[in-house]
Design a protein around this ligand. Sequence first.
Ligand code: AQP
Length: 333
Amino acid sequence: KNLIFSGMQPTNTLHLGNYLGALRNWVKLQEQMPCIYCVVDMHAITADAGYAKPKELQAAIREVTAAYIAAGVDPARSILFKQSDVAAHAELAWVFNCVARLGWMDRMTQFKEKSGKHKERASVGLYTYPTLMAADILVYKATHVPVGEDQKQHLELTRDIAQKFNNDYSAPDFFPQPEPLILGTATRVMSLRDGAKKMSKSDESDMSRINLTDDADAIAAKIRKARTDPNPLPDDEKGLEGRPEAENLINIYAALSDESKASIITRYAGQQFSGFKNDLAEVAVAKLTPIAAKMRELLADPAEIDRILEKGAARADEIAAPVIKEVKALVGF
Ligand code: AQP
């Protein structure tokens, strides 16, 4: 049975990369299969940005929930809840910590990037993040996971864990092999300041990203100041080679306007970036400011957001409880 699962961390504000790489696709997928969307607050405390900041975490949980709903996730239809409300995630993650091998974990590039130069100072939770992510998905036996390109490696690990568990506990087909759904023309949105880095919540420079809560002036300013090379726009797609900043802006334009990259390149061929950026800013403002407005409206009633999450947790728990019960029986607990 097809089932979607995906989640985002409530650390800082969601940005255009989260929206184009994941959230926007979540909304569309509601038409195709049952969906479970999670605010992964347990993941949020794995990094310094979320650790020991209870007030900020609580605010970020509500803000991410509001962003999901404002973008079009329908809590009456899809299950919308927060991770820490369903204990089975943590229980299954422990089992998966014992299924996964150190050699597999050591290959995870996100840990290397996020732990930086001082690996020994990173939390153990940051290291085991991918096993918790595998548990998030598999505790619902989800089959499809809409994510940005950066999560592909974690999905591969999830598949390896599912397969090893099924083998080791002689339970063929117990867990499915979930598939990543990497959809759209902006599956990896890059920083507006550096075409080699992905747009990220944790980048120190706010100018590097467009937050879903930015107002029209901020959006326009960030796009106008976005880094580009000195050349005009290319005549064809080949002309984007070695020009990551130009390619990024064109991808963003294509995704936001639901146009193909090719038609945008044809329209702006040989032109200067200033005019293109003005048009891109207009498209981005038109698309994003209604989401910000809706978020503000929702956040004015935090109790209602909490109620939505509670109801979602009860529905999620109903699916997860029998799965974790079977896992315990298989393991011999
Ligand atoms: N730049 C991006 N382009 C496309 N998709 C992206 N995603 C994140 N950045 C981009 C996708 O958004 C979802 C949210 O994942 P997360 O909350 O777990 O955050 P993350 O992957 O760690 O990335 P962030 O939001 O930039 O946070 P930090 O700064 O902490 O790394 C995922 O589906 C992801 O693919």
